[in-house]
Design a protein around this ligand. Sequence first.
Ligand code: CP
Length: 309
Amino acid sequence: MNEFFNKDIISIRDLTKENLESIYDSTNKIIDMDSSERREIARGKALGYLFFEPSTRTRLSFQSAMALIGGTSFGIADVQSSSIQKGESLADTVKIMSGYTDALVLRHTLDGSSRFAAEISEKPLINAGSGTEEHPTQAIQDLFTIKKELKKIDGLKIGIVGDLKYGRTIYSLLYGLRNYDVNVHLISPESLKIRTDSTYDIKKELSYTESESLDEYIEDIDVLYVTRVQKERFPDEEEYVKVKGSYVIGHDVVKKMKEDSIILHPLPRIDEISTDVDSMQQARYFQQAEYGKFTRAALLSLILNKDEF
Ligand code: CP
């Protein structure tokens, strides 16, 4: 039996390096499969989604992944149009949806929401973003992109820049990178440094530096991972205004990067990468978003089927 069968995906910390490598292998298999073979993988299966926060990529890539492997998907993309609006609890909503589907995907504003919902759900539950805590399927997609585009992860120098305090994708990425031999440079304004409650865990297995200066590292890094300042998570708008626009990756900045380096971003971007960078060879964030469809298709295939496909 494959070890992902019926498994919840709540934190990337629950996955070993072997687990991650096996998802990348399955992703490559899905990419290479012909479409009629792919459509057999989840025939007759349904994915339910519950999104308590806005999303473009995560929800739509899960839906498109499920269609790719022959299944269906439905759910709540706007809580205003559901009975949550009448006061129905998260627990009851999850219980009801898990009765209609074979797996659930949840995005919620609160830390801990996915772990709580997984205890209620009778079907496997995938965390699609829980508060400021984690976004594990984004990190799977990010690690796959690095491996696919640069042919390796070990030995790379990775710069992560922007909002490292509130950006949940960062935490999943750093936890995932602990499985590899990499040098990480964390670059942010002082007030947006990674949260100290997570550094203890990360420090044990990952070598990283912290700095406010991107210039120090830009010529040397292999991967520049850019993040948006998460306006919606600031308790005080004035604090947001002070740090927004702290780093803007424009044509001039990318010119200093190695020719074979890559730029990633979980997206959406606001103004932290100029659109004139999109046509430069280092820009891979749209490719990264597309890989998300295939990594999620692989993950769903593994969760929904007892045997390897
Ligand atoms: N990267 C990501 O989570 O994008 P969405 O918020 O659009 O889903």
